[in-house]
Design a protein around this ligand. Structure first.
Ligand SMILES: *[C@@H]1O[C@H](CO)[C@@H](O)[C@H](O)[C@H]1NC(C)=O
Ligand SMILES: *[C@@H]1O[C@H](CO)[C@@H](O)[C@H](O)[C@H]1NC(C)=O
Ligand SMILES: *[C@@H]1O[C@H](CO)[C@@H](O)[C@H](O)[C@H]1NC(C)=O
Ligand SMILES: *[C@@H]1O[C@H](CO)[C@@H](O)[C@H](O)[C@H]1NC(C)=O
Length: 213
């Protein structure tokens, strides 16, 4: 009897330690984030580069994807964007949500379909419906909120995220090396797992935080 209880105790503490080790090394930092107005997102993903996090709720029956894209450590005169690319893995074809603080301090957030590499991220309609689009800038972090009406195309998406400078209120080209060319990959809408487009991404596995509670 005593032995079994001890084994149980050991198992529990081992799994707690494992949880601790896994969450500290593969860190799912996003899971700790709380949003204003008690908004809750069921799933989140620490994106591998550019201090970015994607939080979302996906409704499989309606194919509606409610997202919050967080980009931390960003200066006040920079733009950020998060996009789905329905047709390929790179930047061209991306259906983007763009946000930045304008020179007068108000936020601008809008949709921009990317049709070529030379883009100033002009506003335009996306290939899917977007509603409840808003953005905020606080503590060096831009957050874009939106609800996307995806057609039922399966649960894997190609995602792209980016940041760059502004000239006045006009977005400028982003850096074309380092993290700024690695900021794309797949997103599994059901598991929340973010992968790189070359099939990697084991380090980015979603931690199910509730397992540790
Ligand atoms: C779904 O697939 C269609 C046809 O390939 C495409 O036009 C559409 O943009 C896709 N939607 C999403 C959200 O990927
Ligand atoms: C801030 O600047 C933008 C872009 O010029 C303009 O559309 C908006 O009305 C301005 N907002 C305020 C409160 O001045
Ligand atoms: C967008 O929403 C409108 C109204 O809800 C709907 O009629 C239209 O088919 C939708 N478009 C796409 C591309 O899903
Ligand atoms: C996470 O844990 C909850 C509760 O145990 C479970 O319902 C859910 O399916 C798990 N999700 C994943 C992705 O493992």
């Amino acid at each position: 009897m005593g032995g079994r209880r001890l084994t149980l105790k050991l198992t529990v503490s081992l799994s707690l330690i494992t949880c601790f080790l896994l969450s500290s090394s593969y860190g799912q930092n996003c899971a700790k984030h709380s949003f204003p107005n008690n908004r809750v997102f069921k799933t989140c993903s620490d994106l591998p580069v550019l201090n970015s996090f994607l939080h979302f709720n996906y409704d499989t029956s309606s194919s509606e994807l409610e997202i919050a894209y967080r980009h931390s450590g960003i200066g006040s005169s920079r733009w950020v964007a998060w996009a789905i690319n329905p047709t390929s893995t790179g930047m061209v074809g991306s259906q983007a949500l763009v946000a930045y603080q304008q020179t007068n301090g108000t936020m601008r957030v809008y949709t921009s379909p990317i049709t070529q590499y030379q883009t100033q991220l002009q506003e335009g309609e996306l290939s899917f419906n977007v509603s409840d689009l808003s953005a905020r800038y606080e503590n060096d972090e831009i957050i874009i909120f939106a609800t996307l009406g995806l057609s039922n195309n399966g649960t894997m998406l190609n995602q792209v995220w980016q940041e760059g400078g502004l000239n006045g209120n006009i977005p400028q080209m982003h850096v074309t090396s380092g993290a700024n060319v690695q900021s794309m990959g797949t997103l599994n809408l059901v598991s929340g797992e973010a992968g790189t487009s070359n099939g990697g991404g084991s380090k980015l596995k979603k931690r199910n935080v509730s397992e540790c509670l």
